[in-house]
Design a protein around this ligand. Structure first.
Ligand code: ADP
Length: 460
């Protein structure tokens, strides 16, 4: 059977109390044995002094032993020689230490109980005399030592569980305090749904671990919120843009069918419908490109490519459009510039820039297309026109999806995806796209691509 997972608070408290308990137990045992050793040593020193006193007395007058016992200098001792008793203090007899002698285990100093039930520390040793040897036994009471140790043990035995108990309580309160913000975060996080991504987790103190966690989650929420909003906007814009050509197709068809018409009128109607259909296909292609780009599924098969040749191909595709508007197309391409790109996506980017330049520059305008290198050796392709230009406040936004500077005027021209696709295509190829323009000053779009690896600076 498995125990249910305890909360962090309970686990934290138990670990804390257990660690403290073990620590205190080790400490208590240490204190106990240290005190015991030190008190026993003290007692042994006293025993030693008393033994020496008896030894001295033995060497002096025979009465000295009795005198010493009566004065109380050495209250418990016995001296024998062979089977014959030389002297036994009154205290020795009272304490009943004869049995304690039997407990001796070949050590000169030992502990044993007297028949009076009290603990004693004893010392026995032979002292050589004139022509005979004396067996001297001295004892001191270990009663105080035992009492002291018992008191100490009692204090430790009561104190230890008490301390662990206080630790449990303190640990629990502390863990609760520390973990309260987590509960607040959990409760708030539960409320946040896809529809309420604008809400944020509470951050009590930004500096601590929980504060940092909440901040990181809040940043994540902000990014999610941003993505969701962009997705919603994108879907709404895309639906709107798809509706416009569809509405046009339907109304052209309805008008054509209202009454019997000349064949030429039907041809006109079918022509408009085809035009709108082409527009619709273009829009769907663009949307598909961007969706693939978003999904990160567009794996680019990069290859060493001549940028000049790639741009020249794109220029040839749009040349007829420029000629229709009687625009001059000035082309200066450096054919030594090589880049590592996927030609198809990069050509799309160049085409979109050329298409815009032709679309927005009035009839008779001039468009200049160049390929070269900048001061750092990076490859640069530029499309410059002398059209209406783009005011500085729109510079950052023209690359956004469905963004058009002048919505009413450009309704017929495009839906605002061209630059978004161009920017994605250039960035996916490792480059960046720059815009230099001002209202009435014409526009210059610049594609900057890194020099392919292994190309020396001597090439420019
Ligand atoms: P669109 O499909 O409308 O051309 P783009 O993303 O290609 O969309 O361009 C976004 C907007 O940037 C256009 O609506 C237009 O207002 C402006 N723009 C782009 N290129 C030029 C240019 N060469 N000259 C003037 N304005 C431009």
């Amino acid at each position: 059977m498995r125990l249910p997972a305890a909360s962090i608070r309970v686990r934290l408290t138990l670990w804390y109390a257990a660690a403290l308990g073990v620590l205190l137990l080790v400490f208590a045992l240490g204190v106990y044995f240290f005190v015991q050793r030190s008190l026993t040593r003290q007692l042994d020193r006293l025993l030693d002094e008393q033994f020496r006193a008896v030894e001295m007395a033995l060497r002096g007058e025979p009465d000295d032993l009795e005198e010493m016992a009566q004065l109380g200098a050495v209250p418990l001792f016995e001296v024998t020689t062979g089977q014959q008793l030389v002297y036994r203090s009154a205290g020795w007899g009272r304490a009943g230490l004869a049995g304690a002698l039997a407990a001796r285990q070949s050590k000169p100093v030992w502990s044993a109980a007297g028949t009076d039930g009290r603990p004693y520390r004893l010392r026995a040793q032979d002292v050589p005399g004139e022509g005979q040897s004396y067996q001297v036994r001295v004892a001191v009471s270990a009663h105080t030592l035992r009492r002291t140790l018992r008191t100490l043990a009692a204090i430790l035995l009561v104190g230890l569980p008490l301390a662990v108990g206080v630790a449990l309580l303190g640990g629990y309160v502390l863990a609760r305090r520390v973990l309260t913000p987590i509960q607040a975060i959990t409760a708030k996080a539960r409320e946040i749904t896809a529809e309420r991504l604008a809400e944020r987790l509470p951050v009590r103190s930004a500096g601590d671990e929980l504060g940092r966690l909440a901040t990181v989650v809040n940043d994540l929420l902000a990014r999610l919120d941003d993505s969701f909003q962009r997705l919603r906007r994108f879907t709404a814009d895309a639906s709107h843009e798809l509706r416009t050509p569809l509405t046009a197709i339907r109304s052209v068809g309805e008008v054509a069918l209202q009454e019997a018409r000349e064949p030429v009128a039907y041809r006109d109607a079918l022509g408009s419908i085809l035009e709108e259909t082409a527009r619709l296909s273009q829009l769907l292609d663009d949307l598909l490109t961007l969706t693939r780009a978003d999904a990160g599924r567009a794996v680019l098969a990069k290859e060493r490519t001549q940028l000049g040749a790639l741009v020249r191909e794109a220029v040839e595709v749009v040349r007829v459009l420029a000629e229709e508007k009687e625009q001059t197309l000035q082309v200066a391409l450096d054919d030594t510039v090589e880049v590592e790109v996927e030609p198809r996506t990069l050509r799309q980017a160049v085409l979109n820039l050329l298409d815009n330049a032709i679309k927005y520059t009035p009839a008779g305008g001039a468009i200049r297309v160049t390929v070269g290198r900048d001061a750092n050796g990076a490859a640069v392709a530029e499309v410059a026109d002398n059209g209406p230009g783009i005011a500085a406040e729109h510079h950052a936004r023209v690359f956004e999806r469905f963004y058009r500077v002048d919505k009413s005027r450009s309704m017929q021209r495009g839906v605002g995806l061209g630059l978004a696709i161009a920017q994605w295509a250039v960035e996916a190829n490792g480059g960046r796209i720059e815009l230099e323009s001002g209202a009435g000053k014409g526009s210059t779009f610049r594609i900057v691509l890194p020099r392919p690896a292994g190309t020396g600076a001597d090439r420019h």
